[in-house]
Each structure stands twice: as structure tokens, then as C-alpha cells.
Design a protein around this ligand. Structure first.
Ligand SMILES: CC(C)(COP(=O)(O)OP(=O)(O)OC[C@H]1O[C@@H](n2cnc3c(N)ncnc32)[C@H](O)[C@@H]1OP(=O)(O)O)[C@@H](O)C(=O)NCCC(=O)NCCS
Length: 180
């Protein structure tokens, strides 16, 4: 299968919202599909363009995968970003596209001088692209975590992550306890 990776732009909005809705309806249930579809729609509508990086995988001009990174404010002053959400079209899951898309996004963030990337998800999956579990005693999550073992991070500048005192802040679209 021929597959291309590129940056998200606003002309992709409708197709991407549909992809997230479909993928999470299939992997969880219809209501979760709606919730994540709405989240993506909100992320695109309410985040300053300089605070949002999306990446898409296309095959035959159809979007088959998408990820978003958004600005994450940490008290240490580093430039940080958070990866969420991620969706790969159900029919092509498990063929490496998710990892390729994440690595593509991480390289792009490196070129923008982002120092630190966080995510919240399955440590077994995200460790394949360099994420490691991080304790909230090192960097706090912006909301109370229902699964603290899913709090993950990686430095992009080679420096170890230092302990930071104080609160962190995600973008408005992610600022809802139900996502955490
Ligand atoms: C989770 C998801 C993003 C992974 O992307 P993908 O392209 O299917 O996965 P990849 O092919 O890159 O990687 C597959 C590897 O990860 C492992 N893995 C761990 N958790 C997994 C999961 N939930 N789904 C698929 N693979 C998973 C597989 O065992 C496989 O390991 P291997 O390479 O050693 O065989 C994708 O399956 C998806 O969109 N799932 C539904 C939505 C979701 O759960 N999103 C993530 C939460 S935001």
C-alpha cells in the first residue's frame, strides 16, 4: 500500500473528524466515537494554529491516520507539547502506520525546537516511539488521572527530564476532566 505522511491543514478537518469518530466508535463504542470526534473538532476550532500540530497519513488521497500535538505549558519553562488523540483507520491498524505517524510528528516538533513531549495512554504502545512512564512527582498532569500509569513523556533534546514544581496547563479543548 502506498502511504504518504504530511502535516494537517484546515482543509482536512471534516475528513479527520469523521476518521476519529469512526475509529473510536469501532474500538470503544458509538458514544466514545462522538466524544472523540467532538474533541478533535474543538481542538481544531479553538486552538491557536501555532499551538497545534496535526499529522495525517494518506493512501490514494484518503486520510487513513491522524494524530494531534498541542501546546502544553510546564512550570520549568521548556517548550512542551502533548500528543492526543491518535487514530488509525480500523482496516489498516497493526501495520506500523501509527508508529510512523508518531515518529514523523516527533521529528517535526524537533525541527520547531520543542524540548518535551507528553502523552496519556497505553505505555506498551507508546514506548515503541520513545515515551516512558513519568511520575507526577516529576511533572504534574493538568487534571486528576484516572490511570496514572498512562502518564508518559520523552525529551526531544536529549536532556533528562528534570523535576518541576507547580501546575501544568493544556489547551482549552483538552481541559475537561472526562479526558483524563
Ligand atoms: C492504537 C493505534 C493508534 C495503534 O496504531 P497502529 O497503526 O494500529 O499500530 P502500529 O502498527 O503502529 O503498532 C502496532 C504495535 O503496537 C502494539 N499495540 C499495543 N497496543 C495496541 C493497540 N491498542 N492497538 C494496536 N496495536 C497495539 C501491537 O501489539 C503492535 O506491536 P508489534 O509491532 O510488536 O507487533 C490504533 O490501533 C488505533 O487507532 N486504535 C483505536 C483508537 C485508539 O485506541 N487510539 C489510541 C488512544 S488515543
Amino acid at each position: 500500500m502506498e502511504m504518504k505522511l504530511s502535516l494537517f491543514n484546515s482543509s482536512h478537518t471534516q475528513e479527520v473528524v469523521e476518521l476519529f469518530t469512526k475509529v473510536f466508535s469501532a474500538s470503544e463504542n458509538e458514544s466514545e466515537g462522538q466524544i472523540i470526534g467532538n474533541l478533535v473538532s474543538d481542538l481544531i476550532a479553538t486552538t491557536e494554529p501555532q499551538d497545534l500540530t496535526g499529522c495525517v497519513a494518506t493512501s490514494n488521497d484518503r486520510i487513513i491516520g491522524c494524530i494531534f500535538f498541542s501546546r502544553f505549558v510546564v512550570p520549568g519553562g521548556e517548550v512542551a507539547s502533548i500528543l492526543s488523540p491518535v487514530a488509525i483507520s480500523t482496516s489498516v491498524q497493526g501495520s506500523g502506520i501509527g508508529q510512523q505517524l508518531i515518529n514523523y510528528g516527533l521529528n517535526h516538533l524537533k525541527s520547531l525546537s520543542v524540548n518535551l513531549v507528553f502523552t496519556y495512554g497505553d505505555p506498551k504502545y507508546y514506548s515503541k516511539t520513545g515515551f516512558k512512564q513519568i511520575s507526577e512527582s516529576i511533572v504534574k498532569a493538568p487534571f486528576e488521572l484516572s490511570q496514572p500509569e498512562g502518564w508518559l513523556a520523552q525529551p526531544l533534546d536529549g536532556n533528562p527530564i528534570k523535576t518541576m514544581q507547580g501546575a501544568t496547563k493544556c489547551v482549552e479543548a483538552l481541559s475537561d476532566q472526562k479526558y483524563w
